[in-house]
Design a protein around this ligand. Structure first.
Ligand code: NAD
Ligand code: MG
Length: 403
């Protein structure tokens, strides 16, 4: 059986209609806030079931008071009393800790924004998948670390995955699912991040502040560092492989510094379809919120005459080894992407805390992949175990580096 043949087809359903009851997992983050910005513009269109955050209890309280969810959850259990006090006198249920986070995902929202960063979002997202919800999937790490398991659960429950990552939203919008055999290639565009023109020597001394200052997008710290190493594009390659019925060798990466073309699908007849727009996540979020219809978003209109020129260049795997590591791990299969993702999360955190240098990030990932070559990840427990082993391996390397 070909790789393409065993992939579930993400065929748009045409029966869904709004308004929607929604849950936002990770409501205080960049994607979470952008989602609530859209909801605030159409308060009658949505009923909020649950909002969750990790530790920004102040913002979570503000959001809960504005959007009146049935439940608000803070994952850091030490902040339970703060949340409870902040929402006293309301009828909003309050929860804290991992179990409450999973409970929030179980609330009967028919649309769930999966916007927790990292593998921490896997189990809450899976809970929402298992009850057949429509998922706006921003959390790419959960597909990278457990893509086969996620997709099996989607197929089993009849859940709908709608990509929110701008590249995958673009592909979803121009992918002809009824003629998937006529798709020649997927072209994932990449801004190249803040260090696109840097030599390796110049990258050696870059600071966390420089790395999180993305030229086009305003995002959370982790994905901003991933964009700077270009691991973000590597993770997106793996994400695209799971979402669309196209084999790895026909998914290309193309550097396009203006971030206007969000990605493209090339067909066997020579046509190339692209989705364009200004770089504003409210466009792909609005698409996933309203799908299968469309609704307005406050994103600026694209003015191509003003932009003047769009440029493209091939990615440089020598200066950005994350691209090679991600592709190799996808080729190796099994748990290699799980290891890649977990080690990268630890390494990015280590870099943000000033414990390792920017160039060390991909070193940590490469060492972890060597130490744990493609372990089996057939079950969720196995994924969690491999993820933990990769984190320990990465931590060990960082500690040795500091010693
Ligand atoms: P962020 O850091 O701004 O927000 C992360 C959210 O997750 C916050 O609400 C935080 O409280 C919560 N969170 C973090 N750790 C948690 C934990 N252990 N348990 C429970 N909750 C936790 O991140 P972001 O930029 O909004 O990105 C979120 C996800 O969306 C990431 O997977 C990212 O790759 C993806 N994404 C983001 C963008 C973007 O423009 N920001 C674009 C495409 C994809
Ligand atoms: Mg993206």
């Amino acid at each position: 059986m070909s790789v393409a043949a065993r992939k579930p087809t993400m065929r748009p359903r045409r029966d869904g209609v709004g308004p929607r009851s929604i849950t936002i997992l990770g409501s205080t983050g960049s994607i979470g806030c952008n989602t609530l910005d859209l909801v605030a513009r159409n308060m009658d269109g949505y009923a909020v079931e649950a909002l969750t955050a990790h530790s920004n209890v102040k913002l979570l309280i503000e959001q809960a008071l504005q959007f009146r969810p049935r439940m608000a959850v803070i994952a850091d259990a030490r902040l339970y009393d703060d949340l409870k006090a902040g929402l006293a006198g309301t009828n909003i249920a309050v929860g804290a800790g991992r179990a409450a986070l999973l409970e929030a995902a179980d609330m009967p929202a028919d649309w769930v924004m999966a916007a927790i960063v990292g593998a921490a979002g896997l189990e809450p997202t899976l809970n929402a998948v298992r009850r057949g919800a429509t998922i706006g999937l921003a959390n790419k790490e959960c597909l990278v670390c457990a893509g086969d398991i996620m997709l099996a659960e989607v197929a089993h429950s009849g859940a709908t995955l709608l990509p929110v990552d701008s590249e995958h939203s673009a592909i979803f919008q121009v992918f002809d699912f009824d003629n998937a055999q006529a798709v020649d290639r997927i072209v994932l565009t990449a801004s190249g991040g803040p260090f696109l023109g840097f030599s390796r020597a110049q990258m050696a001394d870059v600071t966390p502040a420089q790395a999180v200052a993305h030229p086009n997008w305003d995002m959370g710290a982790k994905i901003s560092v991933d964009s700077a190493t270009m691991m973000n594009k590597g993770l997106e390659l793996i994400e695209a492989y799971h979402l669309f019925p196209v084999p790895e060798e026909r998914i290309d990466i193309l550097v396009h510094p203006q971030s206007v073309i969000h990605s493209m699908v090339a067909y066997t007849d020579g046509s190339v379809l692209a989705q364009m727009g200004v770089p504003d996540m409210r466009t792909p979020i609005a698409y996933a919120l309203a799908w299968p219809r469309r609704e307005g978003s406050p994103a600026a209109r694209l003015d191509l005459a003003k932009i003047g020129a769009l440029t493209f260049e091939a990615p440089d795997q020598k200066r950005f080894p994350a691209l090679r590591l991600a592709r190799e791990s996808l080729q190796a299969g099994r748990g290699a992407p799980t290891v890649l993702n977990a080690a990268n999360e630890v390494a990015v955190q280590g870099f943000l805390e000033g414990r390792i240098s920017f160039l060390d990030i991909t070193q940590v990932v490469e060492r972890a992949l060597e130490a744990l070559p493609a372990p089996a990840v057939d079950t969720l427990d196995a994924v969690i175990d491999v993820d933990a082993r990769a984190r320990r391996e990465a931590e060990r390397w960082i500690a040795a580096r500091q010693a």
